[in-house]
Design a protein around this ligand. Sequence first.
Ligand SMILES: *Cc1c(COP(=O)(O)O)cnc(C)c1O
Length: 397
Amino acid sequence: MSDNHVYLDYSATTYIKPEVLAAMRPYLDTYFGNPSSIYALARITEQAIGQSREQVAAALNAAKNEIYFTGGGSEADNWALKGVAFANKQWGNHIITTKIEHHAILHTCEFLAQHGFEITYLPVDSEGLVDVDSLRQAITAKTILVSIMFANNEIGTIQPIAAIGKLCREKGIYFHTDAVQAVGHVPIDVQAMNIDLLSLAGHKFYGPKGVGALYIRKGVKIDNLIHGGGQERGKRAGTENIAGIVGLGQALELATTDIETENQRLTRLRDKLIAGLTAIPHSRLNGPVGAKRLPGNVNVCFRFIEGESMLLLLDSVGVSASSGSACTAGSLEPSHVLLAIGLTHEIAHGSLRLTLGAGTTEQDVDYVLEVLPGIVRKLRNMSPLWKEFLNKGGTKL
Ligand SMILES: *Cc1c(COP(=O)(O)O)cnc(C)c1O
């Protein structure tokens, strides 16, 4: 790694902020009591968990007893879908989601399909947006649950969540949103938005990994996730990850306080990066512009090259980034999100995701804009597709 280290993969995970780590630390050694015990040492940890639950509830405009801690975002997603599906199957077996969800949703839906549920995967438009009218048309008498992500982890699209929530409430259908990319980054109000269930994860907003939460609106019928002791009101048994829970609450409170100033700062850096990258010939921005896009998300395709090769060359000059295409079991499948917004396999393969966060500076953005045009040129010079394109009369510009 070179001296320059530029981390631009905040959507994959974040570091833990020093204030958050400081809040967590005493609960790893000094205050280690089991919250279910009755002595003073236990009351301290029990209160710490209660405080974190209040912090999470406040950030979402929920009630404290509607927050259930989990072992991360994927667990919250699995619980929401399976828990609601199995608990409500006497009312119907139809679930509606989208083609661009995280695999924690899509693979859970595939599992539910093997157990008698019917899944509708709504398409999205070229910017990754769900059309509320097509959701309305997809609802049947058997629909029990709609699960639509708040913001997309690859292309940053923010869905019209309030309109979706309103429709689901009118129809009497449960509405879950995977808000793992949105919580701590864009304002959320579960009451105003008519959200029944919402997933979040600590490590996407400068908290620890392996801890998350599911908001379950009071009155929602859902199966318990882990059977055992009485923790999380009997719904998710097991001695609590106290330090993790404390860190999650602390991180979310911090993120919520900073949300507006940080959004403005990141939006400006994001748009500078987008402008510079899309000035490279034969490139295109994936996802929307402006307020419909997560403040820290940049996703650009460069024709005639492979995203993976770009990542390796970026890594060699100290830039940590990600590509839209996930490498599954050795075979390179282009991203399901990029295919859903209408990209061809060839173009989807040349995608680059740069996600900005708290540690990102103007110099980081300038550095990427300095090194990337050369990387693209170098890779194109080695690309048979590029040669073919030029031979057919294509222009370098
Ligand atoms: C990261 C992420 C998840 C998974 O969260 P984990 O805490 O890694 O399990 C789920 N959904 C979205 C949209 C994500 O970005």
